[in-house]
Design a protein around this ligand. Structure first.
Ligand code: NAD
Length: 363
């Protein structure tokens, strides 16, 4: 079958890791016609927009995209192009598997858990009121009136909306993902003891939905502060974590730390019909153009993409090749060496070359 996939290289290290992932995916023999589209700083230079309509239209048309990281501009129209893409395309579920591969530097072995992060609400929704603005002061007075609580004049405000609709959607997604992927347990993570009307609603909704899956999937609850500790002490106790947006963002990086770092942490964003695959890491601007960073996170995001389009054999082949290269530890980037200054490390392109060689069976 011939697939059409939107490729958004992004900026910073994005184009280097996106190219590496594209080459690795092509090496599996799956026939993909890539529709390359801009977003981020290059898009701004060429089209005057950080997120051109053409890019969004392409993802809507093709239904699948592979996306490199994009820097968050300071003082531009968007808080984050990445968040804007998720909002515009209603990619409500962010899935970030955290899995250890033999050979990575980590205190842990055999970790295999999945973060399912709500993508559309919470403090990440971008509803903010700037310090000192007239509307902010009006809002502060209103909140004081209705809540009977004092807010210092001159405060900035960020609003945390959590709805039953969006929570039901993400929790159901987590349980369905658990069933499809032969997982055993979903843990809902909140701070419901303190934020009763937002996280409390998330928890209450999750409890209700969990009843419909009780015969198939176990359900557990945890508070986010305690979860941070438990993940460090006993990560093997967890399977799928479902969380509101901000906790999902923070614990994703914690889980990347458990499995050896951001260089190997992949991800995907799903809506009802669309899917955009991207690494957990950002655009690491200081490494831009140096052919230095690890392409694995982006390549493994490509593996998730291959699984999504049901090219399971190709996905297995590519994941096995990544596993082999990491476990041999020879053709790997600096971050996978025991000593970060180890001169025997290879660049982004060369690590991808080593993976491609194995995929093509030339080893
Ligand atoms: P970052 O993830 O870009 O980089 C932090 C550090 O992690 C790097 O300095 C590097 O040491 C390490 N790292 C990241 N990717 C790596 C890789 N592939 N291989 C080896 N090491 C790697 O985080 P940041 O510096 O906080 O953010 C830079 C920019 O990226 C910001 O503008 C941020 O908003 C944006 N960002 C974008 C996304 C996205 O596109 N989805 C996600 C996170 C951050």
């Amino acid at each position: 079958m011939n697939y059409k996939v939107t490729l958004i290289p992004g900026d910073g290290i994005g184009p280097e890791v996106a190219e590496a992932a594209k080459r690795c995916i092509e090496a599996t023999g799956v026939s993909i016609e890539w529709e390359e589209k801009l977003a981020g700083s290059d898009a701004l230079k060429e089209t005057g927009s950080l997120l051109p309509q053409e890019t969004l239209d392409s993802v809507r048309r093709n239904k699948v995209a592979l996306k490199g990281p994009i820097v968050t501009p300071i003082g531009e129209g968007f808080r984050s192009v990445n968040v804007a893409i998720r909002h515009e395309l209603d990619l409500f579920a962010c899935v970030r598997p955290a899995k250890t591969y033999p050979g990575v530097k980590s205190c842990y072995k055999d970790i295999d858990l999945v973060i399912v992060r709500e993508n559309s609400e919470d403090l990440y929704a971008g509803i903010e009121f700037e310090q000192g603005k007239e509307n902010t002061e009006i809002l502060i007075k209103d909140i004081e009136k209705y809540s009977n609580k004092k807010i210092h004049s001159g405060s900035g405000l960020s609003i945390k909306p959590i709805s039953e609709f969006a929570t039901e959607r993400i929790v159901r997604f987590a349980f369905e993902y658990a069933i499809k992927n032969n997982r055993k347990k979903v843990t809902v993570v909140t701070k419901a003891n303190i934020m009763k009307f937002t996280d409390g609603l998330f928890l209450k909704t999750a409890r209700n939905i969990s009843k419909q899956y009780a015969s198939k999937i176990n359900f557990e609850e945890a508070l986010v502060d305690n979860m941070a500790m438990q993940l460090v002490q006993k990560p093997h106790n967890f399977d799928i974590l479902v969380l509101p947006n901000l906790y999902g963002d923070i614990l994703s990086d914690l889980c990347a730390g458990l499995i050896g770092g951001l260089g190997i942490a992949p991800g995907a964003n799903f809506g009802d019909t669309l899917a955009v695959f991207e690494a957990v890491h950002g655009s690491a601007p200081k490494y831009k153009g140096l052919n230095k960073v690890n392409p694995t996170a982006m390549i493994l995001s490509g593996v998730l993409m291959l699984r999504h389009i049901k090219e399971t054999a190709a996905a297995d082949k590519l994941e096995n090749a990544v596993r082999q290269v990491i476990s041999e530890g020879k053709f790997v980037t600096y971050d996978l060496k025991a000593d970060l200054k180890d001169a025997s490390c290879v660049g982004t392109k060369e690590m991808a070359d080593a993976i491609i060689k194995i995929v093509r069976g030339k080893q």
